[in-house]
Design a binder for this molecule. Structure first.
Ligand code: TRP
Length: 462
């Protein structure tokens, strides 16, 4: 059977549109909020090195596989997996991979929207001059006041979800594509300005060494957990393991090179994360802040920088506006798989589908934001809901989805199909991809899981 030429949901108008949309999905709070504080929690350099290895050796081949499967199936991940499995004579139960992705997308978007709400709130704080002359304890106080206020968080979370549903409801070409065209380059430029500022006034050398001179002694005692987190961060940041990139691949035309597009997207995503680290850590060190202060890190450091630089209110406002846009273009990719499925299987209009998905996520988001204040002593497995959803998705569900995608693409899909789809010929590049997707990616992810669970240690191997 020849694969469908087009998706019923529409198609990216150009190859550039796909690159912008996929990097819009990848580049988001994961790079600028999550990467620096996670690297800080695990002591910097060693974590960063493991992270980069995970992106290159696990993330890149899996991203190629996701785009490939999406483009061959041309439907929501659930129906794509079912169709492709049936074409290969396999069980239709492979659609469970799609369902798992829907669950991951729900959980991620519910807390993602809350954090994006913090970012929205900070746009207005920056614009009102609240950062001017602020010191470390002032910045902490400002952040604490926001996070402790459930009503405020609810208001911002609601506004953000409305923005997300608004774009998803408009559809692929008119909604998703337009949002990313100018915003991504603008964010990049502003991040560069921040790095230059940090280099001129902050403790840049200390930050550089912190991020790029690996000190494996830092990992002592929690190496397994650090490796799991670095791998989870790679999946989260590249938007892998839940079908977001798969569905974006389903809108990609057949003549576009999957390998080339993947390298561009993964390269940009990594660059933005590293730049964010270089913008934030000089300020952390110059102001005697703790690198491991957790999810509030950028909200407690950047205001100090903006409060101190010339035209800081302007730059601060601009920065948080762009971060909102980065979060927005990521969030729409989290809602898209479910929306497409509701349209395909239940015959919903796009608008109804997006609204239904959005409302469900919004409700779950309330649970997340309450865990920061009124429900702060309600814990499950020792974590509040927001932390729990974050841990469960990034460190468990996404890598698990990644293993299944790798197994399907590397072992079950006919070799001829992947040769045809990747269009690399049968040369070295294709063989290298196949090696990574069949052996390295699934084995590495499995070992990292077993290691974190203490299973390797039990057998005297860890
Ligand atoms: N990659 C995004 C970020 O770094 C978040 C995101 C968007 C995501 N779509 C995803 C994470 C799909 C996992 C799966 O902010």
């Amino acid at each position: 059977m020849t694969p469908a030429a087009n998706s019923i949901h529409g198609m990216w108008s150009t190859r550039l549109a796909f690159i912008l949309a996929a990097s819009g999905s990848a580049v988001g709070l994961g790079n600028i909020w999550r990467f620096p504080y996670t690297a800080g929690e695990y002591g910097g350099g060693a974590f960063v090195l493991i992270y980069i290895l995970c992106v290159a050796l696990i993330g890149v081949p899996i991203m190629m596989a996701e785009i490939m499967l999406g483009r061959r199936g041309r439907q929501s991940p659930i129906n794509t997996m079912r169709t492709l499995a049936e074409q290969e004579g396999l069980s239709g139960r492979w659609q469970l991979l799609g369902w798992m992705g829907i669950l991951s997308g729900f959980l991620i978007l519910s807390f993602y929207s809350v954090i994006a709400g913090w970012t929205l709130a900070y746009v207005f704080r920056a614009a009102a001059g609240a950062f001017s002359g602020i010191d470390a304890s002032g910045a902490e106080g400002l952040f604490g006041a926001l996070v402790g206020d459930a009503e405020r968080l609810l208001a911002w979370h609601t506004i953000f979800m409305v923005l997300v549903v608004g774009v998803v409801a408009r559809g692929v070409a008119s909604g998703l594509e337009k949002a990313v065209r100018y915003l991504m380059p603008a964010l990049f430029v502003l991040l560069l300005i921040m790095v230059l500022y940090a280099a001129s006034t902050g403790n840049f050398n200390a930050a550089f060494a912190y991020l790029f001179a690996p000190d494996f002694a830092e990992l002592k005692g929690h190496a397994g957990e650090a490796i799991l987190s670095a791998m989870g961060q790679a999946f989260f940041s590249l938007s892998l393991g839940m079908g977001a990139i798969m569905i974006y691949g389903s809108y990609l035309k057949r003549d576009a090179s999957i390998a080339q597009n993947t390298l561009i997207v993964a390269g940009m995503d990594t660059l933005v994360a590293l730049l964010a680290g270089l913008a934030i850590f000089p300020i952390v060190f110059a102001n005697g802040l703790a690198p491991d202060s957790g999810p509030g890190l950028i909200f407690q450091t950047l205001p100090i920088a903006f409060g101190d630089m010339p035209a800081g209110a302007l730059f601060g406002t601009l920065f948080f506006v762009l971060l909102v846009f980065a979060a927005w273009t990521s969030a729409i990719s989290l809602l898209e798989p479910l929306t497409a499925w509701l349209v395909e299987n239940l015959g919903f209009s796009r608008v109804r589908a997006a609204v239904l998905g959005g409302v469900t996520v919004w409700l779950l988001g309330i649970v997340c934001l309450l865990s920061l204040n009124l429900w702060s002593d309600v814990t499950l497995f020792g974590k509040g809901f927001l932390d729990l959803f974050d841990f469960l998705t990034a460190n468990v569900l996404l890598p698990l989805g990644g293993i299944l995608i790798a197994v399907f693409a590397g072992w079950l899909l006919a070799r001829a199909s992947s040769v045809d789809e990747l269009d690399l010929g049968e040369g070295l590049a294709y063989r290298f991809w196949r090696l990574l997707i069949r052996y390295l990616a699934p084995l590495a992810v499995t070992l990292v899981f077993l290691n974190a669970l203490g299973v390797l240690k039990f057998f005297g191997l860890g």
